[in-house]
Design a protein around this ligand. Structure first.
Ligand SMILES: *[C@@H]1O[C@H](CO)[C@@H](O)[C@H](O)[C@H]1NC(C)=O
Ligand SMILES: *[C@@H]1O[C@H](CO)[C@@H](O)[C@H](O)[C@H]1NC(C)=O
Ligand SMILES: *[C@@H]1O[C@H](CO)[C@@H](O)[C@H](O)[C@H]1NC(C)=O
Ligand SMILES: *[C@@H]1O[C@H](CO)[C@@H](O)[C@H](O)[C@H]1NC(C)=O
Length: 194
């Protein structure tokens, strides 16, 4: 190996190690669809952020935010509406009042999945529209037994500032008005991200 190559390789390695940055391995010779492959630094700091906001779900009236899109043949005769599938675009606000500041939307589905208990499977994205998190998302998928005081669901991923997100959400019903089909739920979100 010519000396100049050796010394520049040495310099490259030295710089990479000194700054904890990634080493990019050229893909030209190995295959033509691998774009790059990095050593991910173990020094990258993962932080945990705690957010609190309120989820508003309304299934009747002119301001409804969720619609039933599918059901089983006997869903309406079931005490738990087993089989109902709803699609939501629910506002997320800083306070329990629906007119408090909007920070994003919860978009996704919830499915009544308990034959004898009111249990939902929820699959949704928190789509932030406010401040530095505008455009970033957190994906949640989990089991929600809605008449239990505190429920927990996993965070399964994220985008933007929440890339590689993991963590959990805890939720508590703040208000439930069965007559008009309106629920306000407090979400505490504990998300690890970079
Ligand atoms: C629907 O939303 C509008 C605008 O926020 C509000 O003025 C109206 O009172 C709401 N209607 C109901 C039935 O909640
Ligand atoms: C639901 O209940 C109603 C009234 O009890 C009955 O007439 C109907 O046949 C039931 N439907 C199904 C699908 O079980
Ligand atoms: C659910 O309820 C039905 C009808 O009430 C009953 O036949 C069934 O055994 C119950 N299942 C469970 C798992 O409790
Ligand atoms: C969020 O981002 C969108 C698209 O970039 C932009 O149109 C909008 O004004 C932003 N909202 C806020 C509150 O910054």
């Amino acid at each position: 190996m010519p000396t100049f190559m050796f010394s520049s390789l040495f310099l490259l390695l030295f710089l990479c190690c000194a700054t904890n940055s990634a080493i990019v391995i050229s893909s030209e010779q190995s295959n033509d669809y691998l774009i790059s492959s990095h050593i991910v630094s173990h020094a990258a700091v993962e932080k945990q952020s705690h957010f609190r906001f309120y989820w508003h779900d309304m299934i009747t009236g002119p301001n409804r935010t969720a619609y039933r899109v599918a059901q089983a043949p006997n869903t309406d005769n079931s005490s738990t509406f087993f089989g109902a599938v709803l699609v939501m675009d629910d506002p997320l606000t800083t306070g329990p009042d629906e007119n408090s500041k909007l920070v994003g939307k919860a978009q996704g589905i919830y499915v009544s999945a308990g034959l004898n208990k009111t249990e939902y499977l929820m699959v949704m994205d928190f789509v932030f529209t406010d401040g530095e998190y505008n455009g970033s998302t957190i994906a949640v998928s989990g089991h929600n037994e809605v008449f239990t005081e505190v429920r927990e669901m996993p965070i399964v991923g994220g985008s933007g500032l929440f890339r590689f997100a993991r963590g959990y959400v805890q939720l508590r019903t703040y208000l439930y008005d069965q007559k008009i089909g309106y629920a306000v739920v407090e979400y505490n979100v504990f998300v690890n991200h970079y």
